[in-house]
Design a protein around this ligand. Structure first.
Ligand code: CU
Length: 453
């Protein structure tokens, strides 16, 4: 892996101690046996700093944290990082109470995250265990045309049972992804996608303490069904971060003052304005790698277009902060009911009539939909089988009434580096929580305008 002469001539004898420390760190990061894949357990235990595997100046990086996902271990062979992806059907759980037959890689949707360093040579085997042909396109990467993965254009399709190999040198860094370029309408719709993170060769100019990543997607898993419908163009049932809906999406955890990066990619059919509470963040990069600081933008919502990747960074502030798509229908679960707008409609009597046709029907929505979660949580209203309630999630103060593309950034003052466990609800300092001061609707003398005529 490392030629001693090469390194000594590079850094000189004076840095021998540093060198030995680097070698020890690298050998830890790669597992005891060079040339064997780093066991997944070791990789995830190394939540802190991982190291690169080739004889270049030390390029250590913070391993990304793929929400609800994982990083694929690699094997180092003659200086080439070898990965092996398997395209296959997976039984996927969107949240407890909702599973579906999806397609993904190596047992999951999204597939495992590939992580490497700019300058690395990678060799990626792709085995097709699907019932139809596939390919993989390496979205946004500089590579030889024949490695770009468009079936029929750049290569023959990979038939069921076959294994193809892709091999190229990584000539850039940034947040990237991979997905099929064969029968795309079906294969994307049922979950085939993954992240490809390339760390900069020279390390990060501003160190990143926690580096999160996820992909946005939509699913037409109609109420009462078990397989996503690939033919749907606009009306989707589930909106996901890494193929999970709230509250099954892991929280993002950080310690106060840490620098956090969140990398978001979009392989759905819609644009998603991703909004983070509690801070103004900088948009620092994406597909094109890390932008020069002069080009960073301060935002609180960043629109992530279809096929785009966006990186945001901020310094963590203590609290529980919502992170969600700002299209409010995208923070809901299945809504396939086809009932006319009931808001403001007196439904007395209607309920009885409909119950004759639909036993258990419950008239709702006259005063808004906030009561919906209480009805579903209490079991008084049961949706179709394998179908999540529209609104879910409990917090220390009650129902969150959310679903889909929603999770929580949990920042705490006391947290060990690399500890990603859910720290539970935030303990607000005394006097810093909004509170009731009256239950009289005539309270105070607020200025109110008469209705326009
Ligand atoms: Cu959205």
């Amino acid at each position: 892996m490392i030629s001693r002469r090469n390194i000594l001539s590079r850094i000189g004898l004076g840095s021998l101690a540093t060198l030995l420390a680097t070698v020890a760190q690298r050998s830890r990061a790669q597992g005891a046996h060079e040339g064997h894949a780093m066991p997944a357990a070791t990789a995830s235990a190394q939540a802190g700093t991982a190291a690169t595997a080739s004889a270049r100046p030390a390029a250590s990086y913070t391993q990304v944290r793929t929400l609800n996902g994982w990083t694929l271990p690699y094997t180092l062979k003659d200086g080439v990082k070898e990965f092996h992806l398997v395209a296959e059907e997976v039984e996927h759980e969107f949240a407890p109470g909702c599973v579906a037959k999806c397609w993904g890689y190596n047992g999951s949707t999204p597939g495992p995250t590939l992580e490497a360093v700019e300058g690395d040579r990678v060799r990626i085997f792709v085995t097709n265990r699907l019932p139809e042909h596939t390919t993989i396109h390496w979205h946004g990467l500089y590579l030889p045309s024949g490695m770009d993965g468009v079936g029929g254009l750049n290569q023959p399709h990979i038939q069921p049972g076959e294994t193809f190999v892709y091999e190229f040198t990584l000539r850039q860094h940034g947040t990237h992804m991979y997905h099929p370029h064969a029968d795309e309408m079906v294969q994307l719709a049922v979950g085939m996608m993954g992240l490809f993170i390339i760390h900069p060769q020279e390390g990060e100019p501003t160190p990143i303490d926690r580096d999160y990543c996820f992909l946005l997607h939509n699913w037409a898993l109609h109420p009462g069904t078990w397989r996503p419908d690939p033919s749907i163009m606009t009306e989707f049932d589930l909106w996901t971060f890494n193929s999970k809906v709230f509250p099954a999406i892991e929280p993002l955890v950080a310690r106060t003052g840490e620098r956090v990066r969140i990398r978001v990619g979009n392989l759905s059919m819609h644009e998603h304005p991703v909004h983070l509470h509690g801070v103004q963040f900088h948009v620092t990069g994406g597909d094109g790698g890390r932008l020069p600081q002069a080009l960073w933008r301060t935002e609180v919502t960043e629109l992530v277009g279809v096929g785009q990747m966006r990186d945001i960074e901020f310094v963590a502030i203590a609290g529980d902060w919502a992170l969600h798509c700002h299209k409010s229908h995208h923070t809901m679960n299945a809504m396939g009911h086809g009932i006319a707008n009931p808001l403001g409609v007196d439904q007395r009597g209607v309920e009885q009539d409909i119950r004759a046709l639909l036993p258990g029907y419950m008239a709702m929505g006259e005063k808004g939909m906030g009561e919906h979660q209480d009805h579903t949580d209490s079991g008084h209203m049961q949706g179709p089988e394998n179908t999540l309630p529209m609104m879910m999630g409990k917090g220390p103060f009650g129902n969150l009434e959310m679903g889909g593309m929603f999770t929580v950034l949990k920042v705490r003052d006391e947290l060990a580096p690399g500890d990603f466990r859910d720290p539970g609800p935030y303990r607000n300092p005394p006097g810093t929580v909004a509170r009731r001061v009256s239950n009289d609707p005539d309270f105070g003398r607020p200025v109110r305008r008469a209705a326009a005529r």
